[in-house]
Design a protein. Structure first.
Ligand code: KG4
Ligand code: ZN
Length: 327
C-alpha cells in the first residue's frame, strides 16, 4: 500500500511516498530556512506564503522520484496538528483537494506522534516504548503502548527544548537554526567551563529550560558586549540540556518498564544526545537517521499508514489544530 504523505506544519515543505509504512520510495524536503534566518526564527506569514508556492511542485517531485503516477497512490496522509495555522492550512487544503479529486482515503496525522514513527521506517518497534520527543515546539515524554495509545508523562512547563537551543544561539550570536549552530560551536568548547543549572523538577516528568536560558544570558551580560567565549558557553549549555533529557528519560523508562526507548524530533539530531542514549546498555534505543530527525513527510506517511490500517480514516471536514492536546 502506497501512502502519499504531506507535511507543512512549520518551515519545511515536504511530500513523500512510503510503501506499507516502511519503505521510503521518495521523501522530498524543501527547507525555508534561508528565508527565516535573518529573523532568527520562523516568520509565520513568510512560511505559509512559501508553502503555497511550493506545495504542488514538491508533491509532483515526490511522485516522480518514487516513480509512481498520482493514480497509483492508495491514500493521502497529511499533518493537521500541531503547527502554524497558515502553514498547516496549506498542506491540509492541498491534501484534501487531492484525496477528493482522486477519490482516495484521507488520513489526518498528528505531527508529534509522527516524529516517533521515523524509526518505524527502518525496523520493527517493540511496544510498549518510552518516547522522548524533542523538537522546536515541543518537549514530551510519553509511554506508547500501541499504535493508537499514547500516555503523556511529562512536557515542558516553559520553552521547548529546540526553542531553548534557538534562543541561546541568538544570545551567543550564532545563526538560526540554533541546534546545529550550538552543536558545532560546542565541539571546540569545554562543557565544564560554566556551571549551568539543571532543572530536574523532582517528582515530575516535566522539563523546564527557561532558567537555563536566563543563566546563559547572565553570563553573556558579564562580558559587557565584549568577545564571548562562545564555544565554552555553547558546550556548557548543551551538556546541561542533554544531561536532563537523558537522565529523566532513563528514569521514566525504568519506572514504566518499557521494552525500548525511541527518541524523535529535530533535537534528536544532536550528537551528544544521540551518543548518550546509544552508549547506555539498559534499553534498546531507536533514534532516526539524521535525514528523518527534522520535519519530513516520510514520517507522516508512515504514521498515516498505521492509522489507515487501524481504520482511523478522516472525513474532508477535519480542520487544523495549532496546539497539541495533552490528553
Ligand atoms: O522537529 P523539528 O524539525 O521541527 C519542529 O517540529 O519543531 O525541530 C526543529 C528544532 C529546532 O529548534 C532546531 O534548532 C533543533 O530542532 N535542532 C537541533 C539540532 N538539529 C535541529 N537541536 C540540537 N542539535 C541539533 N543538531
Ligand atoms: Zn517536527
Amino acid at each position: 500500500m502506497r501512502v502519499l504523505g504531506i507535511e507543512s506544519s512549520c518551515d519545511e515543505c515536504s511530500a513523500a511516498v512510503v510503501e506499507d509504512g516502511r519503505r521510503i520510495l521518495s521523501n522530498v524536503v524543501l527547507s525555508q530556512v534561508d528565508f527565516h534566518k535573518p529573523f532568527y526564527g520562523v516568520v509565520p506569514e513568510i512560511a505559509s506564503r512559501k508553502h503555497v508556492e511550493w506545495i504542488a511542485p514538491v508533491v509532483q517531485d515526490a511522485l516522480s522520484a518514487a516513480g509512481v503516477a498520482v493514480g497509483d497512490i492508495d491514500a493521502v496522509a497529511v499533518t493537521y496538528r500541531p503547527g502554524l495555522i497558515g502553514s498547516l492550512l496549506v498542506g491540509l487544503s492541498f491534501a484534501k483537494g487531492l484525496a477528493w479529486a482522486l477519490g482516495k482515503p484521507f488520513v489526518g496525522v498528528d505531527h508529534i506522534l509522527a516524529h516517533l514513527y521515523a524509526p518505524h521506517l527502518e525496523r520493527d518497534i517493540s511496544y510498549p516504548y518510552l518516547g522522548l520527543l524533542v523538537s522546536g515546539g515541543h518537549t514530551i515524554i510519553a509511554r506508547v503502548d500501541r499504535h493508537d495509545r499514547m500516555q503523556v508523562l511529562g512536557t515542558t512547563i516553559d520553552d521547548a527544548c529546540g526553542e531553548a537551543f534557538d534562543k541561546v544561539a541568538r544570545l551567543l550570536g550564532l545563526p538560526y537554526p540554533g541546534g546545529p549552530s550550538i552543536q558545532k560551536a560546542a565541539e571546540q568548547g569545554n562543557p565544564g567551563a560554566f556551571k549551568f543549572p539543571r532543572a530536574w523538577l523532582e517528582g515530575t516528568r516535566n522539563f523546564s529550560f527557561s532558567g537555563l536560558k536566563t543563566a546563559v544570558l547572565k553570563e553573556v551580560n558579564k562580558f559587557n558586549g565584549g568577545p564571548l567565549p562562545v564555544a565554552d558557553l555553547a558546550a556548557s549549555f548543551q551538556t546541561a540540556v542533554v544531561e536532563v533529557l537523558f537522565q529523566k528519560t532513563m528514569q521514566a523508562a525504568r519506572e514504566y518498564g518499557v521494552n525500548n526507548i525511541i527518541v524523535g524530533g529535530g533535537v534528536s539530531a544532536n550528537k551528544p544526545l544521540r551518543d548518550a542514549f546509544l552508549a547506555q546498555t539498559e534499553f534498546p534505543v531507536k533514534i532516526p537517521p539524521l535525514s528523518l530527525c527534522t520535519d519530513n513527510a516520510a514520517m507522516i506517511a508512515a504514521a498515516g499508514y498505521y492509522r489507515y490500517v487501524l481504520g482511523h480514516l478522516d472525513g474532508l471536514d477535519i480542520d487544523i489544530l495549532p496546539t497539541w492536546p495533552l490528553s
